[in-house]
Design a protein around this ligand. Structure first.
Ligand SMILES: [Zn+2]
Length: 420
């Protein structure tokens, strides 16, 4: 009896150590992907290109095969970028980039001092008022005050007004939360989003140093590696490695949760199935997507270019934001893929990996979407609970606990192996 306990303790201990090891390796990958050397895996300093090279090296190290002559699937898109220092002062007070303000991704240029003209919806409602307002604004900057709303139509109107103004003058706006993204085009003038406490109704002068650089037909690359299975069917595992990059030298967006975490999971699964003894049932294609933040561009290109036998592609699993898991995981498109969802729930139930596996309907919010649109069975998984930094400078590796990383790895591994 004692030896049985000893054996059990040994097995459990070994399993716990494997889990610790797996999470420690993921943490190291996360640190690499989010380090300043990769510049937020965006477009300033070509951080995304270096990340792609590094991922290809890992694929090679794991024994993955390239699909074509190398691990890359190149494509191109336009992207607006901010390589130089971005400076904003309101009434003489210097605002900190990334903390007190962000430039809207569609921003153009402005250099100089501008008197602020405070604008409300009434100033733009009718063509006459609009003409008057535009007359007053000449040579100045518009500080827009929109009443708070969650109505999507109203928000669309506000956005259109902002873009109309950005054709004429710099625009300033107070926002409750500073959330950045990537745009494929640039308007003539910038829109500066400012933390509410940095702007007042009495603010009178803004000094701007904003110079964008619109990169046209800039090259980007998905990174693809495959492991041959026993038959002709394919399962694809995807995660985008790109993030927002930098807003000038002072504001770095490390994108730890979004999506160094998903990229680390992609690598951990690639490493597992790349090992000689772990030959998968199906052929596996691992894809690290580029251009997700600019509009799902890498996954769109992959679903268009179709590097493998498309009619044999039986499942696409998209991994995006996997840094926590305290409250389990969400499966997007679960209602459209009930067999996959039920299987995830069943495996999780029998093995007790995660607290909960939840279902959501279809949503075009990440890289599974272009595949769903082309009739490929696809699901998208993200973790629930814990820290919630998103598209801001705080989404750093040191804030990310990877709470359920090892358990989720095990669930995905089992699911990939069980899928028919
Ligand atoms: Zn993402």
């Amino acid at each position: 009896m004692r030896s049985l306990w000893l054996l059990l303790a040994l097995v459990l201990g070994t399993n716990a150590r494997c889990q610790d090891l797996l999470t420690a390796r993921a943490k190291a990958w996360l640190d690499t992907l989010t380090s300043p050397a990769f510049d937020g895996r965006g477009y300033v300093n070509d951080g995304d290109h270096r990340a792609a090279e590094w991922i290809a090296q890992q694929f090679q190290r794991f024994g993955l095969q390239p699909v074509k002559q190398d691990y890359f699937q190149p494509f191109q898109f336009n992207v607006n970028s901010f390589p130089d220092s971005v400076k904003v002062r309101i009434d003489g007070k210097i605002l900190r980039p990334g903390i007190d303000f962000l430039v809207d991704p569609e921003s153009g240029k402005a250099q100089g001092a501008y008197a602020l003209v405070h604008i409300a919806p009434d100033d733009l409602h009718t063509p006459e008022r609009r003409r008057m307002t535009m007359g007053v604004l000449a040579g100045k900057a518009a500080c827009v005050h929109w009443p708070a709303t969650k109505n999507a139509d109203t928000l669309r109107v506000y956005r259109q007004w902002e873009r109309d103004l950005m054709h004429q003058v710099p625009v300033i706006k107070a926002v409750p939360k500073l959330i950045w993204s990537v745009a494929q085009e640039a308007l003539p003038f910038p829109l500066i989003e400012v933390a509410a406490e940095a702007l007042a109704d009495s603010s009178a002068l803004v000094e701007l140093q904003v110079v964008n650089k619109l990169l046209s037909r800039r090259p980007a690359r998905n990174v693809l590696g495959m492991v041959k299975g026993k038959g002709s069917k394919w399962v694809m595992v995807g995660a985008h490695y790109d993030h927002l990059g930098r807003m000038g030298p002072d504001a770095l967006f490390p994108g730890a949760n979004d999506n160094a975490s998903g990229t680390a999971m992609l690598l951990s699964l690639a490493e597992h199935f790349g090992k000689k003894g772990n030959k998968p049932r199906h052929n596996l294609l691992f894809v690290a997507f580029a251009g997700e933040e600019a509009g799902l561009l890498g996954s769109q290109w992959c679903a268009t270019d179709r590097p493998i036998d498309w009619k044999e592609l039986r499942m696409m699993i998209n991994l995006d934001i996997l840094g926590t898991g305290d409250d389990g995981i969400m499966v997007v498109n679960a209602t459209a893929q009930p067999r996959a969802f039920d299987q995830l729930v069943a495996i999780n139930g029998s093995k007790g990996y995660l607290k909960e596996v939840k279902a959501r309907g279809p949503a075009c919010n990440s890289d599974h979407c272009p595949f769903v649109q082309r009739g490929v069975p696809a699901i998208y998984i993200y973790t629930l609970g814990g820290v919630a930094h998103y598209h801001d400078v705080m989404d750093r590796a040191e804030t990310l606990p990877l709470t359920e990383f090892a358990d989720l790895h095990a669930l995905l591994r089992d699911f990939i192996q069980a899928w028919k």
